[in-house]
Write a new protein. Structure first.
Length: 156
């Protein structure tokens, strides 16, 4: 059994879609980034890579590579899954946390979980997704950005 941890932050701006776990969420702002800026999926990818001692997402999917411009991060999650499989690892469980003041994410959690489970080829009950606000404090609290944390265990 191995443990991995991931953390990511993206800025919220006008003129971008808000994508979390591959779900487009209706909101006036979206996350800024080279890919679709799916902060939650990025944290999960980093946790998986970390657990397998495979570095981080910047190493595998550099944000200066035009190939990854606006790409769906769920596709990249599938690529990370392949890398883990090559080393003989599979996901045991993942616990994910989105830190955002707005919008309300509860209606989208099930769909996000389904998307991630599909991308990783695991049962839905291996993935737990939570959301919290920061009571108006810090960059997430003011709505300047969103953060995501991920902890995973993998086994072989
Ligand atoms: Mg990121």
């Amino acid at each position: 059994m191995r443990i991995g941890f991931g953390y990511d932050v993206h800025r919220l701006v006008e003129g971008r879609k808000l994508i979390l776990g591959g779900v487009e969420i209706p909101f006036s702002l979206g996350l800024l980034g080279h890919s679709d800026a799916d902060v939650l999926t990025h944290a999960l990818m980093d946790a998986l890579l970390g657990a397998a001692a495979l570095g981080d997402i910047g190493k595998h999917f550099p944000d200066h590579d035009p190939k990854y411009k606006d790409i769906s991060s769920l596709l990249l999650l599938g690529e990370v899954n392949k890398l883990l499989k090559q080393k003989g690892y599979s996901l045991n469980n993942a616990d994910l946390l989105i830190v955002a003041e707005k919008p309300k994410l509860a209606p989208f959690m099930d769909k996000i979980g389904i998307n991630m489970a599909k991308a990783l080829g695991v049962e839905i009950d291996k993935i737990n997704i939570k959301a919290t606000t920061t009571e108006g404090l810090g960059f997430a609290g003011t709505g300047a950005g969103m953060a995501a944390h991920a902890v995973v265990t993998i086994c072989n």
